[in-house]
Design a protein around this ligand. Structure first.
Ligand code: NPQ
Ligand code: MG
Length: 377
């Protein structure tokens, strides 16, 4: 880790909701998104500013958190714990909101803003602060459920041509074996995985076992978000490695999953687990257990995308993640320099202070649909 972060004050905060249209609708087993509504947390203190992105969705479908719920939790509970508090380092500020149960995405957004602020104060990048070792990140792409198999094959072709290193396909009961078969036939050697977002139950074990013949690198979150025991039962009955996403919201969840054998791989998202510092802890625990990890994605704007790249620079992130380029989701990102995929399918880890990005103010103003200022009570 770092040689200690500075103690800073948070004298003002701003909560901002932005809306960015998606380049194409994104359909999962839980619904279709056509726009990304994101909640931004902006902090300022001791003359240094920071920004963080909350990845909660509009509806409580992927997780129980929502954008509107996070807004109220941040305004009424989390930010009042740090606004006007004595100077503290990021971990110290995070301890002041430990009393808030759950609301990991709201906490993670605040922590991201504080890490950006701390980095700006010292000149360190968030990657350096976290102990990153990589300067470029191998990227995969997550492809939503398409209107037809032909459309899926066309989409895959385009992303492979752009350089993406692995393909993840959203699936659901009835849109799985045929899908994997068709894609495998057309792209025999491509690293391929499926993500079910909890759409199956143990009743579907035959369908899930049928996927074993397609050489999938993993199947992500086949079963319920809170059922580690059923995931362990399933893992014992299929050859394909299970990767957990929704099931792991904390170190305690991860320890249980490892002890039970509920999977073999972890998708780490800082929002889901309450911040980048907790995410780094989960990464360490996975390393001790021999679980490879990769960095998930939540359709982040460039702000959250920069944080994902910093996280993915840690040594255990050995698999390509959902850290796609800005243009995978948005025609216009919020940044002066959108993240562009190199021909080898990598994105650079930002090296500038903090998140290492520059938000384009005009674009930010254009995208803003709600803004509120907070100061100490
Ligand atoms: C996953 N992400 O790994 C998620 C699912 C997801 C890139 O596949 C709004 C809020 C939109 C949450 C879209 C990817 C979302 C969302 C997808 C979560 O399971
Ligand atoms: Mg997932």
């Amino acid at each position: 880790m770092n040689g200690g972060l500075p103690r800073l004050r948070v004298e003002r905060a701003r909560l901002r909701v932005v809306e960015l249209p998606l380049v194409s609708p994104f359909t999962t087993s839980f619904g279709t998104q056509t726009v990304r509504r994101a909640l931004l947390v902006e902090v300022e203190g001791d003359g240094v500013a920071g920004v963080g992105e909350c990845v909660a969705g509009i509806d409580p479908a992927y997780s129980s958190e929502t954008c509107a719920g996070a807004l109220s939790t941040l305004r009424d509970h989390i930010l009042p714990s740090v606004l006007g508090a004595p100077p503290a380092d990021v971990a110290g500020h995070a301890r002041s909101w430990e009393w808030v149960r759950g609301h990991h995405m709201a906490k993670a957004a605040t922590e991201m803003a504080l890490l950006d602020q701390a980095g700006h104060a010292t000149g360190q990048s968030v990657s350096q602060i976290l102990g990153g070792v990589r300067s470029r990140i191998g990227c995969g792409v997550s492809i939503g459920i398409q209107p037809s198999l032909a459309a899926t094959l066309t989409a895959i072709e385009g992303y492979l041509a752009a350089g993406y290193q692995r393909i993840k396909l959203k699936c659901k009961p009835g849109y799985d074996v045929e899908l994997a078969q068709a894609v495998r036939q057309r792209f025999p050697g491509t690293p391929l995985m499926l993500d079910a977002n909890s759409a199956y139950s143990l009743q579907d074990v035959d369908q899930l076992r049928a996927l074993d013949e397609f050489d999938l690198t993993m199947i992500e979150q086949p079963l319920a978000h809170d059922d580690l025991i059923d995931h362990a039962t399933l893992q014992a009955q299929i050859e394909t490695s299970i990767c957990l996403d929704e099931s792991v919201e904390s170190l305690a969840d991860l320890r249980a999953a490892i002890a039970l054998g509920s999977g073999r791989i972890l998708n780490i998202k800082a929002g889901r687990v309450g911040g980048l510092l907790p995410a780094a802890q989960l990464h360490d625990t996975c390393g001790e257990a021999g679980w490879p990890v990769w960095c998930g994605g939540m359709l982040e704007t460039g702000i959250g995308r920069a944080a994902n790249l910093a996280l993915a620079s840690l040594p255990g992130f050995t698999l390509p993640g959902d850290t796609s380029a800005s243009d995978r989701y948005f025609e216009q990102d919020l940044l002066e320099q959108p993240f562009e995929l190199a021909a080898d399918g990598t994105l650079p880890v930002p090296t500038g202070p903090g998140l290492g990005i520059q938000v384009e103010q005009r674009r930010l103003d254009e995208a803003t649909v709600h803004l509120e200022e907070l100061s100490p009570k």
